[in-house]
Design a protein around this ligand. Structure first.
Ligand code: PLP
Length: 433
C-alpha cells in the first residue's frame, strides 16, 4: 500500500513511520520536519552486504554514498553495519572523521578535489582516492611523495553507457564532467602514467553510470566494459588491477507504480556477468565495490509540513501552500522529481483531490509537485511527502533565510533528534558588520 516498508496506517487513520504516529511527531517537533527510520536504513545496509556474500563470496564491499544524506548519525550507523563510505568533500570527510569512521573504508570521490582536500585525505589515510583526471593525478603524486607515502587510487572511468535516466543525473556517457574517456585513449594514457608514478598505487577502476536506474542491464554492460578495459591494461602493461568499483544508482520507489529491482537481484546478475567476463578475458575476479546512496536512505525518510493557505483557481489548479519548500526539497525545481504525498492526519481516507503543493519561498517554481493526488485538504492539515530520505536534507539551503528543519531518527520506534532545527541565531551566525 505504501512506497516504503517503514510506513503504515494506525487506528486513528494517521500515517505512521517506524510504527510512530506522524501527526504526533509533527506536534512534538514542529514542522517542517524530516523523519527517518533507522531500522529501514540498517535493513538496506544488511541486504546489500548479504547479497555480496551470497553471490560473490564476500569478495567485495558496499560503500554508502554519503552525499545522499550526510550527518554524524548516519555515518555512525553505516559504520556499525560494516559498510564503507563515499565522500566528495572536506565537509563529508570531516563528518566521517568526527565519528571515527575507519579511514581504510573511505573512498574520496569528486571531479575537482582541492589540494586541501587531497592533503586531508592523505593525512587521514583515506583508503582509496578516486582520481578523476590527469591534473589531479599529478598533484596527488607530488603530495604523496612529499608526505613520503603512496596514495591508493582508483580511476574514474566513463564507460559510455546510456542508463536511460534523466540527463542531469546521467554520468556514464562521454559528454560528462566526470572521469576519463575510454574511446579517446585518455583513460589508458592516465593508467600508464599512474603505473610509473612513485607516489601512486593504482588499485583499480571506478565507474558510476547514473542514478535512479531501474534496469540491471546498464550495470552489467558497464561491468563488461570495465573488465574489458582491465584486460586491455593487463595486455598492454602487464598490470592486473585488483578493484572494480561499479558505483551506485539503484532506483527506489517514489511513486506507487515505480518498480525497483530487488537489491539482491542486482548482485546476483552482475556477479554472474563479472564471473563470465573474467573467464573470457583470463582475469582474476576483482574485489567488487558498489556504492548505493539513494536506495539506503531514500525510502527510510519522509518530510512533514503544515498546510497554510489552500488557493483554488477555478478550472486551473489548486495550490496547497506548506511551511517548507525548495529550501528543504529542491528536487522538483532542479529535476521535476516526483514524489507521493498524503494528508498524514487523513491517511486512511481516499485521495480525491489533485493539487499543486507549493513552498513558501519567493519563487514561482518553488513547488514540491504538481498534479499530486491527495486527500481532501484544509489549512492546518499535516502533509507527508514520502521517500525524501535521500538528496533532501543534503541538498537543503537557507534560501530566503529559512532555517533548515531538524532530522528526527527512529530506532525500534524510539525517536531522537540527529540534526537540530536551525535557529535564527544560526541564520546570522556568519554575518559581520
Ligand atoms: C551519487 C553517487 C553514488 C550514489 O548514487 P545513488 O543514485 O544515490 O545510489 C555513488 N557513487 C558515486 C561516484 C556517485 O557520484
Amino acid at each position: 500500500m505504501f512506497v516504503s516498508d517503514c510506513l503504515g496506517l494506525n487506528a486513528l487513520g494517521h500515517l505512521t513511520i517506524g510504527g510512530r504516529d506522524t501527526v504526533e511527531l509533527a506536534q512534538t517537533y514542529g514542522t517542517p520536519l524530516y523523519v527517518m527510520d533507522e531500522d529501514e536504513i540498517r535493513q538496506a545496509c544488511q541486504s546489500y552486504r548479504e547479497s555480496i556474500n551470497k553471490y560473490y563470496g564476500g569478495h567485495g564491499m558496499v560503500t554508502y554514498a554519503s552525499k545522499a544524506f550526510c550527518c554524524k548519525a548516519i555515518c555512525k550507523t553505516v559504520m556499525e553495519e560494516g559498510l564503507g563510505l563515499d565522500v566528495v568533500s572536506l565537509g563529508e570527510l570531516y563528518t566521517a572523521q568526527s565519528v571515527g569512521f575507519p579511514a581504510e573504508r573511505i573512498f574520496f570521490h569528486g571531479n575537482n578535489k582541492t589540494v586541501e582536500e587531497l592533503c586531508a585525505a592523505l593525512e587521514y589515510g583515506v583508503g582509496q582516492i578516486v582520481v578523476d583526471n590527469v591534473t589531479e593525478l599529478m598533484i596527488l603524486n607530488e603530495l604523496a611523495i612529499s608526505a613520503k607515502e603512496k596514495a591508493n587510487i582508483l580511476f574514474r572511468i566513463k564507460p559510455g553507457i546510456d542508463a536511460h535516466t534523466h540527463d542531469f543525473v546521467r554520468t556514464g556517457q562521454i559528454d560528462s564532467k566526470f572521469g576519463l574517456a575510454l574511446e579517446t585513449g585518455e583513460a589508458m594514457n592516465a593508467v600508464k602514467a599512474a603505473l610509473s608514478m612513485e607516489g601512486i598505487r593504482l588499485k583499480g577502476l571506478h565507474c558510476h553510470i547514473g542514478s535512479q536506474i531501474f534496469d540491471i542491464e546498464p550495470f552489467e554492460h558497464a561491468a563488461e566494459v570495465m573488465l574489458q578495459f582491465m584486460a586491455d591494461i593487463k595486455a598492454q602493461t602487464g598490470a592486473e588491477l585488483e578493484v572494480l568499483d561499479l558505483g551506485g544508482g539503484f532506483g527506489i520507489k517514489y511513486l506507487p507504480d515505480h518498480d525497483p529491482v530487488e537489491y539482491d537481484r542486482y548482485m546476483m546478475q552482475v556477479s554472474g556477468t563479472v564471473k563470465k567476463t573474467c573467464e573470457k578475458t583470463g582475469l582474476r575476479m576483482p574485489f567488487i565495490v558498489i556504492e548505493p546512496g539513494r536506495s539506503i536512505v531514500g525510502p527510510a525518510g519522509i518530510t512533514l509540513y503544515t498546510v497554510g493557505a489552500v488557493k483554488e483557481i477555478p478550472n486551473i489548479r489548486t495550490y496547497v501552500s506548506v511551511d517548507g519548500g525548495m529550501g528543504d526539497n529542491p528536487r522538483y525545481i532542479l529535476y521535476q522529481s516526483q514524489y507521493e504525498a498524503m494528508v498524514a492526519n487523513k491517511a486512511g481516507q481516499p485521495k480525491t483531490q489533485s493539487v499543486t503543493i507549493a513552498g513558501k519561498c519567493c519563487e514561482s517554481g518553488d513547488l514540491i509537485g504538481e498534479g499530486m493526488q491527495i486527500q481532501q485538504v484544509e489549512p492546518g492539515d499535516i502533509i507527508a511527502v514520502l521517500a525524501t530520505g535521500a538528496y533532501n536534507y543534503s541538498m537543503s539551503s537557507n534560501y530566503n533565510r529559512i532555517p533548515k528543519p531538524p532530522v528526527v531518527m527512529l530506532r525500534g520506534g524510539k525517536d531522537r533528534v540527529v540534526v537540530k532545527r536551525e535557529t535564527m541565531e544560526d541564520i546570522v551566525r556568519n554575518d559581520l558588520l
